[in-house]
Design a protein around this ligand. Structure first.
Ligand SMILES: Cc1cc2nc3c(=O)[nH]c(=O)nc-3n(C[C@H](O)[C@H](O)[C@H](O)COP(=O)(O)OP(=O)(O)OC[C@H]3O[C@@H](n4cnc5c(N)ncnc54)[C@H](O)[C@@H]3O)c2cc1C
Length: 432
């Protein structure tokens, strides 16, 4: 089954890492495309802005996956492979990628896709000011982490509130009592960043995550889950290894009050932070249970204790930024064939719409190559029923391996191997 029903170009939505990789793969496959990007530059997550509107990048942001594991294609992120890239290094790397692949002339900057319709197999995308453009297929290169999600806080809170995505620098909280709601990677990193500058930092934890630092014995932790071994070792065994690494690096924090995780290690994302464990050991962070309500500046918690705080940082995660799509075409775990092609809107594909205990861009790179093969008719997709049942089986496997909390989680090694097998079985070898 061919996906492109017309000679119209393909739209790639987003010029973050996933969008650039998708565009580069389409260019190499000889498929005409155009990239639509809301902001005025490439890089997405890694493009810092002072006003806190464009991405979740804060001033001290450093990747939590090593340069070796985050690099894509033949060009490594400059520096030593065991280092972790700062956001400026990541942005420079992605800007280089856009230049090297000659993508910049094909990107429409400042074009926010606000609506989408599908008629007769072609897509019309609508810009927020009303301009419309037609495409033969759409590749959404958007992450699961695009739209900030806030904690519910019944009552009226009079202090300052922001999402962790809008956090930039600790100075904003100098001398203030701050409550961080949520303890994933963002919650841990924000709490660690402001500890020592804020007058006090409390962290409200509803479902405690497994946490680790970036290194163990000087070695990047993501070097231990070796991709070649990961293809053959069962996930249940690798899960135990990850739990061991969490215990070895942050297990001691429980005696300072860090609540113990309740889920199996690996069923949720693993929080990664270096600054947070240091702040906890220095006694700069206090722990609270889930929030219940607010009145004035006082926040009440589910254990009936309360605290008066000047600011609340909601580090409560994100939703996929795909509400511009018609309802039947929004991504859902059971409706993505191979985690990429929408079963109910077949010329709609997703690159980067996944999570993993691993750097995401190399996975997006394999998805991009698969998409380019599909859109250049090198991979023929099976019929509707077969794609639907394969997508349902894929979702069930995810549920079995990772539980119901992270619906887009994939086992990076097995998933990438599956996409590569798909490509080579259909007569196309892997590139680079
Ligand atoms: C704080 C933070 C730290 C992270 N650290 C790591 C890490 O260390 N390692 C790792 O592997 N992953 C990390 N991630 C995940 C990271 O987002 C991905 O690895 C990767 O950079 C995502 O690339 P992307 O292109 O899918 O999304 P993004 O980088 O978010 O790019 C999406 C692009 O789409 C644009 N866009 C969105 N909606 C529209 C629209 N409607 N119309 C037009 N354009 C639109 C955005 O402006 C943006 O430029 C982190 C995420 C966050 C938030």
């Amino acid at each position: 089954m061919s996906l492109r029903s017309s000679d119209l170009p393909v739209a790639v939505i987003g010029a973050g890492g996933a969008g650039l990789l998708a565009a580069a793969a389409l260019r190499r496959a000889g498929v005409a495309f155009e990239v639509l990007e809301a902001r005025d530059g490439v890089g997405g997550t890694w493009r810092y802005d002072e006003d806190g509107s464009g991405s979740a990048c804060y001033r001290s942001l450093v990747a939590n996956t090593s340069k070796l594991r985050m690099s894509v294609g033949r060009k490594r992120i400059p520096g030593r492979p065991w280092e972790y890239a700062s956001h400026t290094e990541m942005l420079a790397y992605l800007e280089d990628l856009a230049r090297d692949e000659d993508l910049l002339p094909s990107i429409r900057f400042g074009w926010t896709v606000a609506g989408a319709r599908q008629d007769d197999g072609r897509w019309t995308l609508v810009e927020k000011e009303g301009e419309e453009r037609a495409y033969g297929a759409v590749v959404c290169a958007l992450p699961t982490s695009g739209r900030p999600r806030f904690a519910e806080l019944p009552g009226r809170y009079d202090g300052e509130q922001l999402h962790s995505a809008a956090y930039r620098t600790p100075e904003r909280f100098a001398g203030k009592d701050v409550l961080v709601v949520g303890l994933g990677t963002s919650g841990g990193e924000v709490a660690g960043d402001i500890a020592g500058t804020a007058r006090s930092v409390q962290v409200s934890v509803r479902s405690p995550l497994w946490m680790m630092t970036r290194r163990i014995g000087g070695l990047p932790i993501d070097w231990i889950d070796n991709p070649w071994l990961a293809r053959v070792l069962p996930w249940s065994m690798r899960r135990q290894v990850l739990a061991g690494l969490c215990k070895a690096t942050t297990g001691g924090l429980h005696k300072y009050g860090l609540p113990r995780p309740t889920r199996r290690c690996g069923d949720d994302i693993l929080a990664v932070s270096d600054t947070f464990p240091r702040a906890v050991r220095r006694g700069l962070v206090a722990f609270r249970p889930a929030v219940q309500s607010a009145e004035g500046r006082r926040v009440r918690f589910v254990d009936d204790t309360s605290a008066e705080v000047d600011a609340i940082v909601h580090a409560t995660g994100f939703e996929p930024p795909t509400d511009f799509l018609p309802e039947h075409a929004r991504p859902a775990p059971r409706s993505l064939y191979q985690g990429i092609a929408h079963t109910e809107a077949p010329n709609l594909l997703f690159v980067g719409m996944m999570e993993a205990h691993r750097a995401l861009l190399p996975i997006a790179d394999d998805q991009a190559a698969w998409v380019a093969d599909v859109l250049s008719d090198r991979i023929a997709l099976p019929g509707d029923d077969e794609r639907r049942s394969a997508a349902a089986r894929f979702a069930e496997r995810r549920l079995r391996d990772f539980g119901d909390r992270r619906e887009y989680m994939v086992d990076h090694a097995k998933y990438r191997a599956m996409l590569r097998r798909d490509r080579s079985r259909r007569g196309n070898g892997r590139r680079g």
